[in-house]
Design a protein around this ligand. Structure first.
Ligand code: PEP
Ligand code: MG
Length: 558
């Protein structure tokens, strides 16, 4: 993947873009993965309980740090970050790390840090041959939590690591999630790593914090450039070491141009038109209640996608009852106010696991996920549908079905929704008069059969993230194939054009809610293909609106 080309004194490296944006700063190589070196010594019999107390204190301090981080995420509205950190807190409560380590300290009469390090190293060795990206991510989380506990047990171990990180571009073989979580834009300018896919936990957090991030860069190449100026362009995956003055000037200009992306609050006008006057409907993708706060001044008319499963990530699905869901959906609908709101029913399985629904399928992306899971495990489907229907009387709610593959599946799901609605009515609940039901377009089979599918749909929303995965046969979360995940592959563009044409021909709204909708580089191309509605994460809305306003479709078409 990586190509090195010497351009006078500049070195240009091409990596994989993970989190967009431009940063200019000084390279710092971050040794988070270095060998843990801790002392090992005997504990006197009479001091064993004291040693255990010291170990417990390290665990509770670690938990305290993580809770603070989690609170920060909640305040900032970063649901993914908060749930990743939540899972780390759970690890610290695992009996393996509490009772078992304490027993080992008692039995071996060794100091806490050496017992703890030994245990974790063995655990890591046991799984180290696993090539499954999810197991790898889990190991990275374990390593991250372990480093935090060790830091409290033996502070000397990391002291040298955490200096000089301000105003830097951090280069590391791999990033652990909590380090990314602690980084603040302004302190850490950007990340460069050798490995790490775009849906790794660290990547999700970097994106949520709008910190540029490029991966697939050989860290050895950068070691010789320690302390040099570097430009990171997270949108294109470029890393430029020792940039010339001209290059710096050019990137500084680009940087100024993109700054609006971080400033959702300044948005004013509701209507967005291209230069030639074509109205484009900019909508929002929402994952948390806090996202709605960001939208208050973004002036949009519609929340095009509520990823409802994100509201319950890392929870046991069985524990999320109808009333709990109803209360949360009602709050969302009320906060949405005049905005229409599209609830996507639980898109679980594959890369989005709700623990009880965890499947150990050989090929989960092609397995029992999304609508397939819900149709098979009806009680989860019914609970959610009932809660959404009850909440919909408070606003303008639409329902969206993910990963629909054929018409039979769609009709089955619609019938189930209809039955739940009748039951609610019989039970005396108020339900909405009409409720439109639409589909995500994420599977090539749907695209091919689109002319038939639209007869049963009230609207369509193209989920390019999955459509790309299933069309190009590339796992969207596998870093090894991320260079093959072509966001604007001609086959995808053709599919978009086809779906838009069929949808509009059938007089139903069609939007795009995959990541491509949030990337201003593609806005013009999408509008040329006939797209008139884009649904993106709130933080990208200003940039997308700006891009739309700079496009002249008339000159394009003539
Ligand atoms: C998509 O697949 O494009 C999409 C929007 O859904 P998700 O990313 O949640 O799978
Ligand atoms: Mg999807």
């Amino acid at each position: 993947m990586e190509k090195v080309a010497l351009v006078s004194e500049e070195i240009r490296l091409q990596g994989v873009p993970i989190s967009g944006g431009i940063a200019i700063g000084i390279i710092q190589v971050f040794h988070h993965n270095e060998e843990w070196v801790v002392p090992e010594y005997e504990i006197l019999h009479e001091h064993i309980e004291l040693e255990i107390g010291r170990y417990r204190l390290a665990l509770s301090k670690s938990k305290e740090n993580l809770r603070e981080l989690q609170d920060l995420f909640h305040e900032e509205g970063g649901s993914e970050g908060a749930s990743i950190i939540g899972a780390q807190i759970q690890m610290l409560e695992d009996p393996l790390l509490t009772g078992e380590i304490e027993d080992k300290i008692r039995a071996s009469r060794k100091n806490g840090e050496s017992v703890f390090k030994g245990f974790i190293s063995e655990y890591m060795r046991f799984f180290s041959d696993e090539s499954d990206p999810e197991v790898h991510q889990r190991l990275l989380d374990v390593k991250d939590v372990a480093a935090r506990v060790l830091k409290h047990l033996y502070p000397q171990w990391v002291e040298h690591d955490e200096k000089n990180l301000l105003q830097s571009i951090i280069c590391s073989y791999e990033l652990v999630p909590s380090y990314t979580a602690e980084a603040t834009l302004g302190e850490v300018q950007a990340f460069i790593t050798e490995i790490g896919g775009s849906t790794s936990h660290a990547a999700l957090i970097a994106k949520a914090k709008a910190i540029p991030y490029v991966s697939n860069i050989k860290i050895d190449t950068l070691k010789v450039s320690g302390g040099c100026t570097v430009i990171v362009d997270g949108t294109y995956g470029n890393v430029i070491i020792n940039p010339s003055k001209t290059t710096i000037n050019m990137y500084q200009r680009k940087q100024r141009g993109q700054s609006v992306r971080f400033d959702v609050m300044k948005e004013e006008e509701a209507e967005v038109r291209t230069i030639d006057g074509t109205i484009i409907d900019v909508q929002a993708n929402v994952e948390t209640l806090a996202d709605l706060d960001l939208l208050k001044r973004a002036k949009i008319k519609k929340i095009g996608l509520v990823r409802s499963e994100f509201l319950y990530m890392r929870k046991e699905l069985e524990t999320v009852g109808e009333n709990e869901q109803y209360q949360l959906y009602k709050k969302l609908v009320q906060l949405a106010g005049n905005m229409e709101i599209v609830f996507r029913v639980f898109d679980i399985g594959s890369d989005k696991k709700l623990l009880s629904a965890n499947n150990h399928e050989p090929n989960p992306a092609l397995g029992e996920r999304s609508i397939r899971f819900l149709l098979k495990h009806r009680k989860f489907f019914s609970t959610q549908i009932r809660a959404i229907l009850r909440a919909s009387v408070f606003g303008k709610v639409h329902l969206m079905l993910p990963l629909v593959t054929d018409i039979g599946e769609l009709i089955e799901a619609k019938m189930h929704i209809h039955e739940e609605r009748l039951k609610l009515e019989k039970e005396g609940y108020e339900v909405p008069g009409v409720l439109s039901i639409g589909c995500m377009v994420e599977v090539p089979a749907f695209v091919i059969m689109c002319d038939q599918m639209v007869k049963e749909c009230d609207f369509l929303s193209i989920g390019t993230n999955d459509l790309i995965q299933y069309t190009l046969a590339v796992d969207r979360s596998n870093p090894l194939t991320s260079d093959r995940y072509g966001e604007a592959h001609p086959s995808i563009l053709r599919m978009i054009e086809h779906v838009v044409k069929i949808g509009h021909g059938a007089n139903i709204p069609v939007s795009i809610c995959g990541e491509i909708a949030s990337n201003p580089l593609y806005t013009k191309r999408l509008l040329e293909l006939g797209v008139r509605a884009l649904s993106c994460a709130p933080r990208y809305i200003p940039a997308i609106k700006r891009a739309i306003r700079s496009i002249d479709l008339e000159s394009v078409c003539s």
